[in-house]
Structures are given as C-alpha cells and as structure tokens.
Design a protein around this ligand. Structure first.
Ligand code: BES
Ligand code: MN
Ligand code: ZN
Length: 492
C-alpha cells in the first residue's frame, strides 16, 4: 500500500472510494461539497440523511455513487467536536482505512481538515492512523495470511495537502517502531525471551547503525546488580542486560536514557500469581522494553542530534528451588539493601539496577517505562499511563510529547510521606508497601536508585494492551509509548 499526499481536492479526484470528514454539528454540504454532491446525483446528501450521520467521533457511513461518476463509493467519517485534536485525525483515518478494506477498494481518497494549519503534521497523523489500523498479526496462525490480491488497498491519496513526502516517510518510520513494539508484546513468552529480546536489539543495532552491548549474568555480577539478578535467579533462561546506543554524527544536543521493564514473563515468583490474577497475560510484562526498542528503531531512522541510550534488564520472574524467597535481602548496584517482602514486586528490582547503570552514563535525563503495578490500572484505567517525576520540566516535556502522540498519560504525586510504607526494619528498603497507593510507593522505590539525574517514570500497565479494538489499535498489544518517546527525543 502506497500513501501519498496531493493538492487535488475531492471535486477533481477519481477512484474507488472517497472519504470526507465532518465535525459534530458541522455536517453541511456548502460550496465545494454541494458542487461535489451535484456530480454524485445527491448521493452524499442522501447518505447523511438516511444514516442520520451527525459527525460524532468514530461514526461513519458509506454508499455507492451511481451513474458514471469518477468515484465509485463515497464515505463520511465523524471527527467529533471542535477543536480538532491531532489524534482525532488518526482515529478518523483508521475508520476510513478499515472501511476501505472491507469495501474492497483499491484506491482511496481522504479529505480531512487541517490540524493547526500544519499540513505536514496533518499528513503524518493520517498516515499513522491508516498504517496502524491496517496492521494485522498473523504470525502465530498456521494458515498463511490470505493475500486477497485482487482486492488489496493499493493507493491512498490524502487530498488537499500538497506535497508532504517527508511527513509520510516519517509516519511510516514511526509505525515500524510501534508495530515492532506491538509484535514484541503480543508474542508469547516462549518466543520473546530474554535471549530473543537481546537478539531483537542486536538486529535493530545492525539495521539502523546503533551500538549494542549485551551484559551477561557474569557482567551484571561484576557490576553488583544484585536486585536484577535476584529476580533472574529462578529462571532456566539467562538474563540479558541490553544497552543500545544511538549517537548522532556531530556533537549531541542532549544525552538521554530510556529504560524499559523487560520481564518476558512474570509468574509472580514464590508469591505466585493465583487464579484470576491474569497470570496468563503476563507476557505483556515486557511492554516497557518493547516501547524502548520500538523507539530505538525509530530514532535510528530519524537520526536526531541527540544521544540516546536504550536500556533493558531482561529476565523472567519464575519459580524453582533457586528462586529468591520472600524475606531475602538483596543488594542493588548502588549498595542499597532491599528486603523482599513480595517476589511479585519484581519489576522495580530490575529497574533499580537499570537506573543506577543509566545514571552512571552521565545522561541529562532518564525516562523509564514499566508495566509496574496493577494499582496504576485501578487508579487510571486501561487507557491512561501514570507519570511520576520530581522534575517539572520533564513532566511538561513528556505531557506535550504524549499529547501529540495521542497516548494518554496523567501526572501522579510523588508523595514523600508514603515512603514510610517501604521502610524496612532490617534493610534500607522493602520492595512493597501497603496496598493503598501501590503505584506511588513503587515510584518512590525507584527514586531511591536515582541521585542527581533528571528522571521520570511511566507506569504503562493499563495502556500497553487493549481487550477490544480502540481507534487505530486492534484488540491486543498497542505499542504504547513508542510515539511519546520519539516525540520526547526529537522535539526537545
Ligand atoms: N507485572 C505486574 C504488574 C501488572 C499488573 C502489569 C497488571 C500489567 C497488568 C507487577 O510485576 C506486579 O506483579 N505488581 C504487583 C505489585 C504488588 C505485589 C505490590 C501488583 O500490581 O499486584
Ligand atoms: Mn510481578
Ligand atoms: Zn511484573
């Protein structure tokens, strides 16, 4: 499928399906559209009336245009209320793309309003919505993907946007990262393991010219990563500490680190996840690392003037005679001691050593992403990530990056008083506090492993996965975080 922009307007376009966007309460056929509908023998007007189309976000209708019209089918798609959000364009484009596929259109013309008088970002968002909506994951089906070659969507033209070649290319590059992240999260835990996750990082490095360093268990021992290795010790698979580096050609404007939680499976450990705990979904516990690697793939293509370190302490959280026990005390690589009062709070242990490692690189800022707590899902639901940071500037940067990306996040309090809850009588810290405020104590725990560096933490346990189709996300892994990270790296 080829996506192009053109200055052609709907009146002069010909092809299989023409899609036109309308705002809620703005469904009127004036000027150009009235003239267009004249050419369509009023098919558009009748479609809008018969389906009672009101322009609501997510709504749409499609009909055949009779006669000798240069357009075979016309579609209306709702954009919701003014003012236009960039993500409304992605979502409308997704509705259009899915409909075009169902209607077996080969050529598709889309006319949507400009966002912020910016044809480049408008084109980029629409192209992202199309590509992300059409992505299907058939890797684990025994039947080969049906090719339906006679009915494939071949060409999509974004009308009235002039030439936006770079924006379309950038949208595609971003989508390769989002799709990589989706596929990593969706793959079962016997396929995406610490070993294969490290191989994926190596492949990204080779393809896009990044540096790669994989620290083996012995290297991690040398560095004193007792917290990470404590989690890893029950697995039959070796832990892999992944460090991918993107360096620009010239002197970097900033040096950043992105850390992703990389639990390729979280059984809970000896505090085993019980029935109804969602243990069978815990392949998604590497969603943070998927976002980090997805972002690395995009950054390697966009080549910004920023040095970026992508870090994943990859392991499984398993049970065996070698498992860490509740009550064990581990020592992290900054020397802090941690009493394990729950082996299922393992993510923060792996992140602790990753944070210490990142800060030693002398970066200007660190962002970690983690499917860290069920408590964050209770607080913010399935669509919204929690953001914790002691640095106001980072909160602003990440909020803006997420807003442009159409990825929802909400800043949560770094409530120092709750630190009481993770004090241990015998060690420096314990790894879990009381049930109440569980996502906040998790963030406070992480903060103990950062000294001076600017740092932010994103708890993505909710939005990493969606049970049902939602906009340009199909049911399953969403690839959450990739676009926010890329915007954060590129725009600041
Ligand atoms: N990986 C889970 C958190 C999680 C929950 C991710 C739901 C995705 C969806 C994490 O390791 C975990 O088990 N957290 C515990 C912490 C508790 C023991 C303090 C939790 O949230 O129950
Ligand atoms: Mn856990
Ligand atoms: Zn976990």
């Amino acid at each position: 499928m080829d996506i192009q922009t053109t200055k052609t307007l709907p009146l002069d376009w010909s092809g299989d399906m023409l899609a036109i966007g309308f705002f809620e309460d703005g469904v009127e056929l004036n000027d150009q559209l009235a003239e267009l509908d004249g050419k369509f023998s009023n098919a558009l007007k009748e479609l809008i009336e018969e389906t009672e189309f009101k322009g609501k976000a997510g709504s749409s209708a499609v009909t055949r245009v009779g006669g000798s019209s240069p357009v075979r089918k016309v579609m209306v798609v709702g954009l919701g209320k003014l003012e236009l959000k960039l993500d409304s364009l992605r979502r409308a484009a997704a509705v259009v793309a899915r409909t075009a596929k169902k209607e077996k259109s080969k050529t598709l013309g889309i006319h949507l309003p400009l966002w912020n008088d910016d044809p480049a970002l408008t084109a980029q968002a629409i192209a992202e919505g199309i590509e992300l909506a059409l992505h299907e994951d058939k890797r684990f089906k025994s039947e080969p993907a049906e090719n339906g070659s006679n009915h494939k969507l071949e060409r999509v033209e974004l009308l009235g946007l002039g030439e936006q070649t770079q924006a379309i290319q950038q949208a595609h590059q971003i989508c390769t990262g989002v799709i990589l992240a989706r596929e990593l999260v969706a793959a079962p835990p016997n396929v995406v393991t610490p070993i294969t996750l490290a191989e994926t990082a190596e492949a990204i490095a080779a393809e896009h010219g990044l540096n790669i360093e994989i620290l083996e268990k012995e290297d991690c021992e040398q560095l004193g990563m007792g917290a990470f290795l404590g989690v890893a010790q029950a697995s039959d698979l070796p832990p892999k500490f992944i460090h991918l580096t993107y360096k620009p050609e010239g002197a970097p404007k900033r040096k950043l680190a992105i850390i992703g939680k990389g639990l390729t499976f979280d059984s809970g450990g000896l505090n085993l996840k019980g029935a109804g705990s969602g243990i069978e979904t815990m392949k998604m516990d590497m969603g943070g690392s998927a976002a980090a690697l997805g972002a690395a793939k995009v950054v390697g293509q966009l080549q910004p003037d920023v040095e970026v370190h992508f870090i994943v302490a990859a392991t499984e959280n398993m049970i065996s005679g070698h498992a860490m026990r509740p009550g064990d005390i581990l020592t992290a690589s900054n020397g802090k001691t941690i009493e394990i009062n729950n082996t299922d709070a393992e993510g923060r242990l792996t992140l602790a050593d990753a944070l210490v490692f990142a800060e030693k690189l002398g970066v200007d800022a660190i962002v970690d992403l983690a499917t860290l707590t069920g408590a964050c899902v209770v607080a913010l639901g399935d669509d919204i990530a929690g953001l914790w940071t002691p640095v106001a500037e980072l909160a602003t940067q990440l909020t803006q990056a997420a807003d442009l990306a159409g990825e929802k996040l909400w800043q949560m309090p770094m409530e120092e008083k709750y630190f009481e809850g993770i004090k241990s009588p015998i060690a420096d810290l314990k790894n879990t506090g009381p049930r109440a405020g569980g996502s906040i104590t998790a963030a406070l725990f992480l903060k103990e492993f950062v000294n001076e560096a600017h740092w932010a933490h994103l708890d993505i346990a909710g939005p990493v996965w969606t049970d049902k189709e939602n906009g340009y996300n199909s049911a399953g892994a969403t690839g959450y975080g990739v676009r926010t990270l890329v915007n954060w790296v590129v725009n600041n």
